[in-house]
Unconditional design. Structure first.
Length: 604
């Protein structure tokens, strides 16, 4: 399946004169900033939108960001350079350092109204974040200076983040001292209550989680919610007044509690191994009886239940015949094996779809047939639940379906309705898992909805409405991190299969959340760590994207311990990550159980 590639950069169409390109050289301070110096720029990280800034053509986005969760994106037009500026109170006859990070072509950072020589610095081409720094001295009567950033006419959007102006505070005084006494009072599975001592002169406080500003409050306590269970977090606070923001407090760490029973049964082990068992077909991996699946496998997906036709909704599970699968067990033996696995604490699911099983619930009649036929399979074999492995063209978006929170496309609306019906029928113990390809999930970061993004494949991101609608009932999401083209991560870089970085970047998106198609107002919320397993092929025979055990270990180290991360910096640490999924148990047996041994060796 073809995957999107980076677009070629637009050429610079306007000739820039030598005068326009001139910029004052930067001068670094020869010593550390004086004790009286402070960062006077207001909202320099754009965490509070455009508060404090006046922009001709700017907005805030959640990617790319240099730090925190937001950055400025401004798009120059033919007669507008997309200038964003703010005026800052300063002291006369004082030295200041202006700094910021930018991305794009012909991006400027400068200060005007200095009373001496106005300054600017610029980046001709910054495909990644590049720091710009310049210094100036105010005139003998200067009390206000305007700092700004802008692009160049018609050259495309630029980004800016972490803009600071360091020097003596003006008439408004100095920023307050950093808070003391920060502590974690109450810790639950999804939240941490923090409190600290009041700071003289503070009008508010900013709360940081793992280095990212997440809240601003007026009092001296806050509860940070929406966290993942069994996950370590680091917190700091700063004090704020009209003069600026203090340095950060000492760090307090807290680890959230174990997950509650939401989203599926609570009796899965903290770290689970998920595998697909070829139950309805034979291939070069050989047939494996259900009773012979080793104890390491915690969730066994029976592959596959398939439709009688693409749009019927009628799903049948036909076990592999003896003529194709030598040694296949009888129905009675198979059902006994299901019971034995369940008695050992394992979950056995029917997986619907696969590469050859196109399921398109285009009508409510097909939806209802899907529910009844899947229920019949679950009841006949006494299974624990359902795995959705829709591939191909089973899910795609209509051109006007641009909000994953309120889907309009019938095949998506009907699937959500069917899954909710099955969950209600079987209750809290019903196990629901999904195994989409990266194309259907992470590619939604770049493309979502053909009406907005110019005719790209309508399947890009099409699973997002289903995942979001079922997130409270979803036991596991294990995206297939294989058979994939390059996909852009939250670092705004493309990542390709073959190493740990790809798995780290793709999983970080699920656990951090991401703006859908770059829309800062349409952010897909993060999943809990206990809902996520990483999909990998068991052997080189099983699919493109196989990685060695050493790369699997790097992936798990980075995501659960934030060590061994290589070239990708995650946005958090998730020791509660549920585990690994593989295609397939049969292929792992064919490869001498290497995948299983890697999992057992890491998680014990």
């Amino acid at each position: 399946m073809d995957r999107s590639r980076p677009l070629a950069r637009r050429p610079l169409v306007a000739l820039l004169t030598a005068t326009a390109l001139a910029a004052t050289g930067t001068t670094a301070l020869s010593s550390a900033a004086r004790a009286a110096d402070a960062d006077l720029a207001r909202n320099g990280g754009f965490e509070s939108g455009l508060d404090g800034w006046s922009c001709t053509a700017g907005t805030t986005v959640n990617a790319p960001v240099r730090s925190g969760s937001s950055a400025l994106k401004a798009t120059p037009a033919g007669a507008d350079n997309a200038r964003c500026a703010q005026t800052v109170t300063v002291k006369p006859d004082s030295q200041y350092t202006l700094s910021g990070h930018v991305q794009g072509s012909y991006v400027y950072l400068g200060a005007s109204g200095t009373g001496t020589t106005d300054v600017s610095t610029w980046a001709q081409s910054a495909p990644g974040w590049q720091q710009l720094t310049t210094t100036f001295r105010t005139g003998p009567s200067t009390t206000r200076v305007t700092v700004y950033t802008h692009g160049w006419y018609g050259t495309g959007a630029y980004h800016a983040d972490d803009i600071t102006l360091v020097g003596p505070g003006g008439e408004t005084g100095q920023p307050p001292a950093p808070p003391t006494g920060l502590r974690a009072d109450t810790v639950t599975s999804t939240g941490v209550a923090l409190s600290w001592s009041p700071v003289t002169g503070a009008t508010g406080y900013a709360v940081y989680r793992d280095g990212t500003k997440v809240r601003t409050v007026s009092g001296t306590s806050v509860t940070v919610s929406g966290l993942s269970p069994s996950t370590a977090y680091a917190f700091q606070v700063t004090a704020v007044n009209d003069a600026g923001e203090s340095a950060r407090s000492a760090t307090v760490t807290a680890t959230t509690g174990a997950p509650d029973s939401g989203g599926g049964p609570s009796d899965l082990p903290p770290h689970a191994l998920v595998g697909y068992l070829h139950a309805s077909f034979a291939n070069g991996s050989g047939y494996t009886r259900l009773a012979d699946v080793p104890e390491s496998w915690d969730v066994i997906d029976l592959a596959f239940g398939e439709p009688t036709s693409a749009t019927s909704g009628d799903i049948r599970f036909d076990r592999c015949p003896a003529s194709e699968c030598p040694g296949v067990e009888s129905d009675a033996e198979f059902k006994d094996a299901v019971k034995a696995k369940q008695a050992a604490g394992k979950k056995v699911l029917i997986s619907i779809g696969g590469a050859n099983g196109q399921v398109q619930l285009t009508t409510t009649a097909a939806r209802d047939t899907f529910v009844s036929s899947v229920s019949k399979i679950i009841d006949e074999y006494g299974l624990d639940g359902l795995d959705i492995d829709f591939e191909g063209h089973s899910l795609s978006l209509n051109a006007d379906d641009t909000d994953f929170r309120n889907p309009k496309t019938p095949v998506i609306v009907n699937l959500i309705s069917a899954l909710k019906t099955l969950k209600a029928k079987y209750g809290d113990d019903f196990v629901l898992t999904m195994a989409p390809e990266t194309f259907f999930v992470q590619l939604g970061y770049q493309y979502y909805g053909t009406g907005r993004w110019g005719g790209q494949d309508p399947r890009a991101g099409a699973y997002l409405p289903v995942i979001h609608a079922m997130r409270d009932d979803l036991t596991l999401l294990h995206v297939q991190d294989y058979n994939s083209g390059p996909v852009m991560g939250l670092d705004n870089q493309y990542h390709s299969m073959g190493g740990a970085d790809f798995h780290i970047a793709m999983t970080d998106m699920l656990l951090t959340g991401f703006p859908v198609a770059g829309d800062a107002n349409n952010v897909f919320p993060p999943l809990r760590a206990d809902q996520v397993a990483i999909g990998m092929p068991a052997t080189t025979n099983a699919g493109n994207g196989h990685v060695s055990p050493a790369e699997v270990t790097k992936t798990l180290d980075c995501l659960t311990k934030r060590t061994n991360c290589g070239g990708y910096a995650t946005h958090g640490t998730w020791p509660g990550l549920r585990g690994l999924m593989t295609w397939s148990i049969n292929w792992d047996r064919f490869g001498g159980w290497e995948f299983q041994r890697t999992f057992d060796g890491y998680f014990g």
